[in-house]
Design a protein. Structure first.
Length: 207
């Protein structure tokens, strides 16, 4: 089950509740229960909902307008919260996040989980599946991306077969150099196989 009760996850929900409240102020009374926006969570934010420990100071999300509304400008304000250690944190919405730069199978929406609906029903939040998050990180493939892929796999959130199928499917839609993507897929797969081998040895020795 997704980690929805952590201070970080609650801050994410509050951020979108604030957005819904702002949108509601611009609507006629008879349209306050209509979903206007679907938000699909990516990046470290999505990894946190899948695994728990991973946190970030921003929210990567693709916003899909389901219906038009009077105020076409979407303003998402920062949220302040206290983490598990009581430390004050700031969570911002990353306006520079661009889904077109991610390695991604277009059918990711079909696999996303409806995670939360704001109190006014104006905004729905979807958690992109763990395997799609892992595949999306193959484009940039920095150190954090590699760790996220390994962490998602260690939590048994996808199989190697699922990862490879979607990675090579996404290869057709990727904007980065195809050869570079193939290299990233192979490197990520090797790391995952190493984890599988380690887990198998550890399980056998613990018996």
């Amino acid at each position: 089950m997704p980690y929805t009760n952590t201070p970080f996850s609650q801050a994410v929900f509050r951020m979108f509740n604030n957005l819904a409240s702002n949108l509601g102020d611009t609507l006629p009374d008879n349209s306050s229960e209509i979903t206007l926006i679907k938000a699909y969570l990516f990046g470290g934010c999505a990894v946190h909902f899948h695994t728990g420990p991973r946190v970030t100071n921003d929210v990567d999300a693709r916003l899909e307008r389901v219906r038009s509304f009077p105020n076409q400008t979407i303003t998402i304000s920062p949220v302040y919260f206290k983490d598990e250690n009581g430390l004050r944190k700031t969570l911002i919405f990353d306006r520079n996040f661009d889904i077109s730069l991610a390695t991604l199978d277009p059918a990711y929406e079909d696999r996303a989980l409806l995670l939360y609906t704001t109190e006014s029903n104006l905004v729905e939040i979807y958690l992109v599946s763990a395997v799609d998050i892992a595949v999306s990180k193959l484009g940039r493939f920095g150190e954090n991306d590699k760790k996220d892929i390994e962490n998602l796999y260690k939590n048994n959130l996808f199989s190697i077969r699922e990862f490879l199928e979607l990675a090579y499917e996404a290869h057709s839609y990727c904007a980065i150099t195809p050869d570079k993507l193939i290299f990233n897929i192979e490197e990520a797969t090797e790391a995952v196989y190493d984890l599988l081998e380690y887990q198998t040895r550890h399980y056998v020795h613990s018996e």
